[in-house]
Design a protein around this ligand. Structure first.
Ligand SMILES: Nc1nc2c(c(=O)[nH]1)N[C@H]1C(S)=C(S)[C@@H](COP(=O)(O)OP(=O)(O)OC[C@H]3O[C@@H](n4cnc5c(=O)[nH]c(N)nc54)[C@H](O)[C@@H]3O)O[C@H]1N2
Ligand SMILES: Nc1nc2c(c(=O)[nH]1)N[C@H]1C(S)=C(S)[C@@H](COP(=O)(O)OP(=O)(O)OC[C@H]3O[C@@H](n4cnc5c(=O)[nH]c(N)nc54)[C@H](O)[C@@H]3O)O[C@H]1N2
Ligand SMILES: [Mo]
Length: 773
């Protein structure tokens, strides 16, 4: 009997070994380096599931017929596909790119192409599509991400950069060592810390949670969901009304100021515009002092507890961390700015283990050691044109060509997009208000989608290109939020007619006459060697450290990357603000903004403020409705491996997504555990299977993202439970244009629908879609 071959590999959900026999994966074993491997490893073989893979290049029938005659977009998602050869498919893509560029200019080609394609840094689809189009005339791209839009925009303005959000802020080990009070707003959870963009080998959240638990610090957890932190952390749960965190944080700051306990020295040395903020906290501008009672009324929390926490926040070393989710909301800038305001008023910023942080635990590496060297990555090159939108404004762009939009104080017109090239993302997973988005999606003349899987986005394309998965090619996993690089060996040969992302764009570059610039004469292994060697050359130069040779790294399967921990964000600035000024309008932390005062956006004022969103539990008529929390799914990464074992176990029941309700609410609705429920609002409706849990605040419903959109008919009831048929496609504000998925009210009722497997229905539908050649 032959032994299976052991192959090192990695995904965004961690490093692992694949056991391979006769070109099949027969086992998956977590990396021995990882103290907390992700259960999603159990789903990895679902990448090779024939029911869900795109097997050959495809072209939509109606598009082939109507090409150039317009109006053909109506057939997207309804019409069948014809199998074509790679040669035919790539010739069509190349002709369309050239036609649209010449007829309408390169800005008419949208290749924002957002998405979490494979963690490999070389076959990175989003980078490669841009690399091709940059060489071939340019394109309209995007800024920021769905993960964070409002957050980085306000942080750049207030703190002069995004380090505190991207994993280069105060680290959790320092918080555990020094802090006496820790306020966790949102989550600090192993659920999201399964994932790191680019993959990592060792998870550090479990040891930091353990250190925090043992530290004796008082831990207050502010969230509509109790299980957003591990039960053994010993945190006190404050079940806040969703979307009201800015009021809590301003109430805490207001109490500190009312008691005369603000750190006047810190405010005068290290901040600007504090007089504007303090006047707001005292109610001098609006007649409403920001007291504990004021905050309690909005948040649904206890005023006495808020006042006591405010006192403690100035009496001990204190740290407040806010999850990325907080800013994925209408006025999402405000809780972040209010967190900075609180930490500034208390004079905690820049002290060891004190101050404020963003997104700790939102991914595995954020709050853990961060890389100090260079992580290998492919480059997209430079765009010949300056055309881009805030990433989540895509539907507005498609609906309103030529209309103005604002971003960071600038006003620009939306481009008139005629062609979309999407590689490595799933907008019919990630975008809000999918029924509206599907209508806007009919407008472009040509849509090309490149993915291994027959996603809801691929179903709505004109030209579909089957990419291989990372299992079918060689790559390197690495990220600036980790202390390791991991070799991703090819485990199996490419399935069906799939080609690697690099090969596909190399061929397109050839047809556009820019191949030399695209591949620089190197093949896959040539590039991996080069990206790896370039990183260590940079590390030698900047840090004086060297790593193993590429061959030794490839053979061993991983290597250490220089990293540091025990970091206090802005310590140097605090010590000498003149010597280390921030890149803000004042060189200091901006608590009152001249820029925002001049912009006069009514949804992003000149100081941190609580603004009542259009949809929240305090809105008129909200009493009978639920605030919908569309959190990241426990058992998968977004929509990836939706039918895999981990996703089915953690997120599905009776063949559809699970929605969690408070038992009291469920009793009122006549809903029992396991019942089908219908969630709906004016934007859409979906089915889910009810789960009941005391860990959910009354008035809140939880439906994680990622179920594959399976509408009964286009625009109709979604059978799978994709929450983005319900979410609101509005900008966080005119300042950032960020995604506001978390601002959403829904109705919930018991559904009469029979229990039917939505995943099986999806598979049957795509099997019907393809006409064999
Ligand atoms: N309501 C709501 N919506 C949300 C969120 C929320 O909190 N609430 N969160 C948002 C966030 S934070 C994010 S990041 C987005 C995520 O949105 P996406 O990143 O778009 O979601 P994924 O499902 O990860 O999509 C990745 C796609 O890449 C494909 N892929 C994988 N490997 C390869 C490859 O090697 N090559 C190619 N070409 N393709 C590959 C996968 O099959 C999949 O279709 O969703 C956002 N949407
Ligand atoms: N397993 C798994 N992990 C993931 C991902 C995945 O798809 N699957 N995706 C990864 C990606 S791309 C990203 S960007 C990160 C996202 O990381 P996060 O944004 O931190 O994760 P979420 O699950 O969206 O939200 C965390 C929690 O915030 C709480 N929350 C929501 N609204 C409010 C509010 O108004 N106030 C308060 N106080 N709390 C609120 C919810 O209870 C929710 O469970 O996760 C990453 N990790
Ligand atoms: Mo994200």
């Amino acid at each position: 009997m032959s032994q299976p071959r052991r192959v090192p590999h990695c995904s965004h959900w961690g490093a692992y070994d694949l056991l391979v026999e006769n070109d099949e994966i027969v086992g998956v074993e977590p990396s021995p380096l990882d103290p907390a491997p992700s259960p999603i490893l159990r789903s990895v073989t679902a990448w090779l599931d024939p029911a869900r893979r795109i097997k050959t290049p495809l072209v939509r029938e109606g598009w082939l017929k109507a090409r150039g005659r317009g109006g053909a977009g109506e057939g997207r998602g309804r019409e069948r596909f014809v199998e074509v050869s790679w040669d035919q498919a790539l010739a069509l893509v190349n002709e369309e790119q050239a036609r649209v560029r010449e007829a309408h200019g390169p800005a008419a080609i949208f290749s924002g192409s957002y998405g979490w394609t494979s963690c490999g840094r070389f076959h990175h689809a989003q980078t490669l599509v841009k690399r091709w189009l940059n060489l071939a005339g340019g394109f309209t791209g995007h800024v920021d991400t769905y993960s964070y839009g409002a957050g980085p925009v306000i942080l750049r303005h207030v703190l002069g950069g995004t380090d505190a959000l991207t994993g280069r802020g105060t680290t959790l080990d320092a918080v555990a060592r020094h802090a006496g009070t820790v306020v966790i707003v949102g989550a600090l959870s192993g659920r999201t810390a399964q994932i790191e963009a680019g993959g990592l080998a060792r998870r550090t959240l479990p040891r930091n949670i353990e250190a925090l638990r043992k530290s004796g610090a008082r831990i207050v957890h502010v969230s509509p969901l109790r299980d957003d932190v591990p039960a053994d952390l010993g945190a006190e749960w404050w079940p806040i009304r969703p979307g009201t965190d800015a009021a809590l944080l301003l109430g805490l700051a207001g109490e500190i100021v009312a008691a005369g306990r603000e750190d006047a020295d810190f405010l005068s040395r290290c901040t600007s515009g504090s007089e504007l903020l303090l006047a707001h906290l005292r109610g001098e501008d609006d007649g409403r002092p920001k007291t504990a009672e004021w905050a309690a009324e909005i948040t649904g929390l206890d005023a006495g507890a808020i006042r006591a926490l405010a006192r403690r926040f100035v009496e001990t070393r204190s740290f407040v961390t806010l999850s990325w989710s907080l800013q994925r909301a209408r006025f999402g800038e405000q809780p972040y700015w209010a967190g900075i305001a609180l930490a500034s008023v208390a004079g905690q910023i820049g002290l060891p283990g004190g101050g404020v942080g963003f997104g700790l635990g939102s991914t595995a590496g954020n709050g853990g050691p961060f890389g100090t060297g260079k992580a290998p990555s492919m480059t997209a090159g430079r765009n010949a044109i300056d055309s881009r939108i805030p990433v989540a404004r895509i539907c507005d762009m498609l609906e309103n060509p030529g209309a103005p939009f604002t971003y960071e104080g600038e006003t620009r017109p939306y481009p008139d997009v005629r062609m979309i090239c999407w590689a490595g993302g799933n907008p019919f997973h990630h975008h809000q208000d999918l029924n509206r988005f599907a209508r806007a999606w009919t407008r472009p003349e040509t849509i090309v989608v490149q993915d291994p899987m027959f996603t809801a986005t691929a179903r709505r394309a004109d030209i579909v290109l089957p990419a291989s998965t990372s299992l079918e090619r060689n790559d390197i996993a690495a990220t600036s939020r980790s202390d390791s690089m991991i070799a991703m060996h090819r485990a199996v040969t490419p399935r069906w007619q799939a080609r690697s992302d690099f090969e596909i764009f190399q061929e397109l570059a050839e047809r556009s006459g820019v191949r030399e610039g695209f591949d620089e004469g190197l093949d896959e292994m040539g590039w991996l060697r080069r990206l790896y060697d370039e990183s260590w050359a940079a590390n030698r130069e900047t840090l004086g450290v060297d790593g193993p040779s590429f061959d030794a790294f490839w053979e061993q399967g991983w290597c250490e990357n220089p990293a540091r921990e025990d970091h206090a964000y802005l310590a140097g600035f605090r010590a000498d603000p003149e010597a280390e000024p921030l890149r803000t309008e004042s060189g200091r932390i901006v608590l009152g903004s001249r820029t925002l005062a001049a912009l006069a956006h009514d949804d992003c004022p000149a100081h941190a403020a609580w603004l009542a969103p259009e949809e929240w539990l305090g809105a008129p008529g909200a009493a009978e409705r639920f605030h919908l929390v569309t959190q990241q799914p426990e058992g998968r990464l977004h929509s990836q491996l939706e039918t895999g074992a981990a996703s089915r176990d953690a997120n599905k029941a009776h063949g559809r997504e699970v929605a969690t309700l408070n038992p009291g609410d469920a009793a009122r609705l006549g809903v029992a555990e396991g019942d089908p429920v219908r969630l709906s609002n004016a934007r859409g409706a979906c089915l889910a299977t009810a789960r009941l849990s005391e860990a959910v605040r009354p008035g809140v419903a939880v439906l994680p993202t990622g179920a594959w959109w399976t509408p009964e008919a286009e625009g109709g009831l979604d059978l799978a439970g994709n929450p983005n048929v319900l979410t609101n496609d509005v900008p966080a504000s005119a300042f950032s244009g960020g995604c506001a998925a978390y601002t959403c009210l829904v109705s919930v009722e018991r559904a009469s629908a029979p229990n039917q497997d939505a995943m099986a229905r999806y598979d049957a539908e795509i099997a019907e879609l393809v006409l064999a050649r």
